[in-house]
Design a protein around this ligand. Structure first.
Ligand SMILES: NC(=O)c1ccc[n+]([C@@H]2O[C@H](COP(=O)([O-])OP(=O)(O)OC[C@H]3O[C@@H](n4cnc5c(N)ncnc54)[C@H](O)[C@@H]3O)[C@@H](O)[C@H]2O)c1
Length: 261
C-alpha cells in the first residue's frame, strides 16, 4: 500500500444526509471520487437522485434515498438500506442544516418557532442520523467515522440576528467532542469542519449585498468566501485513515478568519 492510499476511501461506505444540498452534494461526490460507495439522502428521492445521478455517471456506486432525518424511523431506514445495498457502513457526513439567513431576528425578540426550526434542522437532524449510523457501526464492530458540519458561528458572534444558528452550531461542535470521547472505545472517530460563509444558495441573500460581502471578505485573510469544493478535501481527509489519530476536533475551513479573532 502506498502512502497516498491512506488518504483513499476504497472499499468504504459513506452515508450523506443532506447530500442533495450545495455542500452535501460536493462532499458526496468527493467521497465517491476518493473510492467510497455513497448513499445520498435528501428530503425527496428526486433531490437526492439529482446529486446521485451526477456521481453515478463517474462510475461510482451510489444509492439515492428520500428521507426526513429529523424522523427516527427515517434515520433507521436509511442506515438499513445502506447496509442492505453495500454490506456495511463506515462513514456518515451530516450535511443537513443551515437556515440562518432565513430567520434573522433581534436576540431579545428571537421567536420560539424560528428557534425550534433551526434546532431541528441542525441539531436534531445530526443527532438522529448519527445515532442510527453509530448503532450500526457499533453492532458491526469495524469502527467508523462521523464528520459533522459546524460553522465559525459556533465560536464567533455576528451582528445579524443569528441567535438560534450560533446556538445550534455551538451544540454541533460540543457534540463532536462529546461523541468522540464516548465512541473512541468502539474505534469510531468524530470530527467536524467549521466553515465561514460558503458561496451557496442558502447564503446568497446575504452575499448578494455588496456591503455585507465586503465586510465578511475583509476579515478573511485568504481574501474570499468559501466555495463548496473548499469543503471536500478536509472532509475526505477526516474520513480517511490518514486522520486515524484525529478525533474530537473541529477543523476551521475558513480562509484564516478565526485565526484573526
Ligand atoms: N452555506 C454556508 O455558507 C455555510 C457555512 C457554514 C456552515 N454551513 C453548513 O453546511 C451545511 C450544508 O449547508 P448548505 O449551504 O449546503 O445547505 P443546503 O440547503 O444547500 O443543503 C442542505 C440539504 O439538506 C436537505 N435537508 C434539509 N432538511 C432535511 C431533512 N430533515 N432531512 C433530509 N434532508 C434535509 C435540504 O433539502 C438540502 O438539500 C449546513 O449544516 C450549514 O449550516 C453552511
Amino acid at each position: 500500500m502506498s502512502y497516498l492510499d491512506t488518504f483513499a476511501l476504497t472499499g468504504k461506505v459513506a452515508l450523506v444526509p443532506g447530500g442533495g444540498g450545495a455542500i452535501g452534494s460536493a462532499i458526496a461526490g468527493a467521497l465517491a471520487a476518493a473510492g467510497a460507495s455513497v448513499t445520498v439522502v435528501d428530503m425527496t428521492e428526486e433531490r437526492a437522485e439529482a446529486a446521485a445521478g451526477a456521481i453515478r455517471a463517474t462510475g461510482a456506486q451510489v444509492l439515492a434515498l428520500g428521507a426526513d432525518v429529523t424522523s427516527e424511523a427515517d434515520c433507521e431506514r436509511i442506515v438499513a438500506a445502506t447496509v442492505d445495498r453495500f454490506g456495511r457502513l463506515d462513514i456518515i457526513v451530516n450535511a443537513v442544516g443551515g437556515g440562518a439567513g432565513k430567520v434573522l431576528f433581534d436576540a431579545q425578540d428571537y421567536p420560539r418557532d424560528a428557534w425550534d426550526w433551526i434546532m431541528e434542522l441542525n441539531v436534531r437532524s445530526t443527532l438522529l442520523a448519527t445515532q442510527a449510523a453509530v448503532k450500526a457501526m457499533i453492532a458491526a464492530g469495524n469502527g467508523g467515522v462521523v464528520v459533522n458540519i459546524s460553522s465559525v458561528r459556533a465560536d464567533l458572534g455576528i451582528n445579524a440576528g443569528y441567535s438560534a444558528y450560533v446556538a445550534a452550531k455551538g451544540a454541533i461542535s460540543s457534540l463532536t467532542r462529546q461523541w468522540a470521547t464516548e465512541w473512541a472505545r468502539y474505534g469510531i472517530r468524530v470530527n467536524a469542519i467549521r466553515p465561514t460563509f460558503v458561496d451557496t444558495p442558502q447564503v446568497a441573500m446575504l452575499l448578494d449585498d455588496p456591503a455585507f460581502k465586503a465586510g465578511i471578505v475583509s476579515r478573511i485573510p485568504l481574501g474570499r468566501v468559501g466555495d463548496t469544493s473548499d469543503m471536500t478535501g478536509p472532509v475526505v481527509f477526516l474520513a480517511s485513515d490518514a486522520a486515524r489519530f484525529i478525533t474530537g476536533q473541529v477543523l476551521g475551513v475558513d480562509g484564516g478568519l478565526t485565526a484573526t479573532q
